[in-house]
Design a protein around this ligand. Structure first.
Ligand SMILES: [Ca+2]
Ligand SMILES: [Ca+2]
Ligand SMILES: [Ca+2]
Length: 214
């Protein structure tokens, strides 16, 4: 009887040893994985500034006047984008009616300068002077292939600029330029007197969109 009890205790002891051994007796290895998500950036600057940036400020203009220049548009973000002119605001100020204006039935409170002066706009990759464009008459402007996507017309027509699809690829860390030429074609008659003293303000709205070909 004692022997049977002794054997039973032996079996229990061996079984317990096997269970204990089962938790430590094989190789093991544990690893983990961590991923992170960080959003990129799209950030547009106009002439290296944010906000509504002042550009040209042309005083004392006249029939026959012209001026051109560039507006620099930079993508200072980390994602490639497309910059687009999404709209424009044109405001005409009468700025008083002088004696020559009054001879042309000038209507008070709304200037005529934006109806008299033309503007040419297109995007270009650089601001080299060689890209400046000659304009001899309101009818003679033809787009070259490198200037595809442009606006040419009266300043007042800029209010429809969203229909002209002015856009250009603007990759991360890069700049493009909006070329502008402002020209008052001399009509060789005195009807332009109606715009004496008048003032015109133009605001272009730019939007930098994410491009889908990153
Ligand atoms: Ca910005
Ligand atoms: Ca005036
Ligand atoms: Ca006027």
């Amino acid at each position: 009887m004692k022997r049977r009890i002794f054997l039973s205790l032996m079996v229990i002891a061996i079984a317990a040893a096997l269970v204990a051994g089962a938790t430590t007796a094989y190789f093991a290895d544990v690893e983990s994985a961590t991923g992170t998500l960080t959003a990129g950036t799209l950030d547009l600057k106009v002439n290296d500034k944010n906000g509504n940036v002042g550009t040209f400020n042309l005083d004392n203009i006249f029939p026959g006047y012209e001026s051109d220049g560039y507006i620099k548009l930079s993508n200072v973000g980390t994602l490639n984008g497309i910059v687009k002119i999404t709209g424009a605001t044109v405001t005409n100020y009468e700025n008083g009616i002088n004696e020559p204006e009054s001879a042309y039935d000038d209507t008070p409170n709304e200037g005529e300068l934006g109806d008299r002066v033309h503007i040419l706009l297109y995007f270009t990759s650089d601001n080299a002077a060689s890209t400046s464009t000659a304009l001899e008459s309101p009818d003679d402007f033809e787009l070259s292939a490198s200037h595809a996507g442009s606006y040419f017309g009266k300043i007042n027509g800029l209010t429809n600029i969203s229909n002209w699809n002015l856009s250009k690829d603007l990759n991360a860390g890069k700049s493009v330029y909006l070329y502008y030429k402002i020209k008052w074609f001399d009509q060789k008659n005195t009807s332009d007197n109606i715009a004496q003293t008048d003032k015109c303000s133009v605001t272009l709205n730019f939007n930098l969109y994410q491009s889908n070909n990153d």
